[in-house]
Design a protein around this ligand. Sequence first.
Ligand code: HPA
Length: 278
Amino acid sequence: MADIMEKLENAKNFVSARAGLVPEVGIVLGSGLGDFAQRMEIVSAVDYSDIPDFPRSTVEGHQGRFLFGCVGKTPVVVMQGRVHYYEGYSMQDVIMPARLMAQMGISTLLLTNAAGGVNKDFAAGDLMLITDHIAAFVPNPLIGSNADSIGTRFPDMSEVYDRSLREQVLACADKLGISLRQGVYCQLTGPSYETPAEIRMLSAFGADAVGMSTAVEAIAARHAGLKVCGISLITNMAAGISPVPLSHEEVKQAADAAAKRFGDLVENFISGLAKPTC
Ligand code: HPA
């Protein structure tokens, strides 16, 4: 455990010295959603590859850097690209960015992702506010000796996605006239997409959307005492529901098409979280 805390401390010292502000909110941008950065007033950028002992994103459509700046009057740190378990990193590495943002001082973490629609009422292009998750098919990221200085051994997960933040997102969507689905996100390891039989199983288990990220980051964030919010962009209907084979190209194209709606919603929500610091 000393090793994790030491790595975190080194990364924190490196990044904080270059940040230029203390962020209040962390935002993780999912596949193809990196353009949201255009809506920020950017103060500094730190490439993951420059940070000591830090995992790097190898996925196309993920840029791999922290951006510090303001959205409206809210000081934020934005992750333009995340790291995934399927890239070969340990779960401890996958959650290191969330832990680092917690160490840097954020109190709220917004997780976004591209996901497949499991709920047949959904359609490609829908935005879904995450109400809860299923992480039972991936290794728990807190396995191993507990980092007591971060959080408790057995953290409660009864309300991972903060109710009050969800109400604020819903109010923003309403104000902007953006239709917003709500549902349960299930994380699988990937990188292969699911089979139709797996999608039928997930549907029977209560999942509305499926993807390859987010839930383990949310667990780490709750362990560290952060308030968490999650938004999925349904880039495609899942295997067996969609009549065509799935591809990362399709995911990126759908993300591009939804970029404005997604950006409007996130910008409005984050601006509303401002404390008077920016
Ligand atoms: N399955 C898993 N992950 C995804 C999907 C999907 O259909 N679409 C985007 N990310």
